[in-house]
Design a protein around this ligand. Structure first.
Ligand SMILES: *[C@@H]1O[C@H](CO)[C@@H](O)[C@H](O)[C@H]1NC(C)=O
Ligand SMILES: *[C@@H]1O[C@H](CO)[C@@H](O)[C@H](O)[C@H]1NC(C)=O
Length: 383
């Protein structure tokens, strides 16, 4: 379906691509200006940091309420006394033993009345004053279900969308982009063109998640023709930020979070196999390196086996995986250190001399392992 908006978008993207010319890097765009129209809104985006603005009284009240009720879990009614309690648990047990199914009682999702009151206050602030903090908080609560508030993706979308157009809040734009991309929770018809547009806006304002998403989308051609220049443009932005962050840390740099974009935006993800060149068909990511569904456990098990057989490359890889924390695997410095030391001890003797007749290639591996050990001591990790 081609909406006027998606046509506008294509034009915008085409313009950007052509203006840059083939092979030329895109110039940084640090402008502020009106960009487009959606549902009759004039869309203005701001770059850079938004100056902090004091919370309004209403939002502050709501926050106070939510903060204090955050941890109250609904307790079973204590007033029923010993007999009542016995009967209650007796009934539960009978149900469990003989009815062989979950309790037939409706799950009591009675909303805490403080939370309800806070939400009412936020709604007033959002609807009457268009208070950005209130809109944002409502959006998050509906999306994530914070404070045990029941999720409502449609409402979350409405609020994020409202905020995205209200003051160009790039967190909200990113979320709208994400929701258009995935159609999560049936909140909205998936629309890759719109997803792309919102991610573009957010990235323009420096939203790193959107930059990452766009880089990947242009790189693999999700909802857009493949475009390496664009991909590099965004990857470079992310890389620059990563380097800046890295350098601000201890000697050897800060530890980097390895994946800070959403899985759902990868692999054709939630929008189904074949939605991108990366996911399936002839154009699947070069099948030579493809490790179909190899889970971390499988890899670990295999490496462990090889390592026990004396395959030092496997030992070194295990060290690295434990140090860096591969997908789903928590970082474990002690274990990493142990693996690295296994490797170095095969090459160096206790007195620092080199083992006689080290196997070919061990020198390189041992020096890499030693490098890691050195870095870890320097940073005070797992010593
Ligand atoms: C978006 O708005 C919320 C609420 O006002 C604020 O906390 C958040 O920092 C804003 N995000 C950006 C990127 O300005
Ligand atoms: C709501 O929960 C999400 C996910 O746990 C979290 O990222 C977000 O910061 C929370 N928002 C608020 C306002 O507490």
């Amino acid at each position: 379906m081609r909406t006027p908006l998606s046509l506008f978008l294509s034009a915008l993207l085409l313009f950007q691509t052509c203006a840059a010319g083939p092979g030329q890097p895109l110039t940084d765009q640090t402008t502020t200006g009106a960009i487009g129209h959606d549902a009759g809104h004039e869309f203005t985006f701001k770059t850079g940091e938004a100056e902090p603005r004091p919370m309004t009284q209403r939002v502050e009240n709501a926050w106070d309420t939510l903060r204090t009720t955050k941890n109250t879990v609904l307790q079973p009614d204590k007033s029923r006394g010993l007999l009542g309690t016995a009967v209650y648990y007796g009934r539960q047990t009978v149900q469990l033993l003989f009815l062989n199914g979950p309790s037939t009682e409706k799950p009591e999702r009675k909303l805490n009345k403080h939370v309800t009151a806070a939400v009412e206050e936020l709604k007033t602030a959002a609807n009457e004053d268009q208070d950005p903090d209130a809109i944002f908080l409502l959006a998050e609560m509906n999306f994530y279900g914070n404070f045990s508030y029941p999720r409502d993706f449609k409402e979350a979308f409405r609020r994020y969308h409202e905020l995205a157009w209200l003051d160009g809040n790039n967190t909200a734009q990113n979320m709208v982009g994400f929701m258009y991309a995935t159609g999560i929770g049936g909140a909205v018809e998936p629309d890759q063109a719109k997803a792309l547009m919102y991610h573009e806006f957010a990235a323009e304002a420096g939203n790193i998640r959107s930059e990452m998403t766009l880089a990947y989308r242009y790189h693999t051609g999700i909802g857009t023709p493949k475009d390496c220049d664009h991909a590099i443009h965004y990857y470079k932005k992310v890389a620059d930020k990563a380097v800046e962050y890295y350098r601000s840390g201890p000697p050897g740099g800060r530890a980097l979070v390895r994946e800070s974009y959403r899985w759902a935006d990868e692999e054709g993800g939630v929008y189904g196999p074949g939605a991108s060149v990366s996911s399936s068909g002839q154009n699947a990511r070069d099948s030579a390196n493809a490790t179909p569904e190899a889970s971390v456990e499988d890899i670990l098990e295999y490496l462990d086996l090889m390592s026990r057989k004396g395959e030092l490359k496997a030992t070194y890889t295990l060290g690295k995986m434990n140090y860096e924390g591969a997908r789903g695997l928590p970082r474990n410095f002690r274990r990493a250190m142990r693996y690295f030391k296994v490797v170095t001890k095969k090459y160096w003797n206790k007195d620092g001399s080199v083992n006689s007749n080290p196997p070919a290639g061990l020198d390189k591996l041992a020096s890499k392992a030693a490098g890691h050990i050195g870095l870890m001591y320097l940073r005070g990790e797992g010593g």
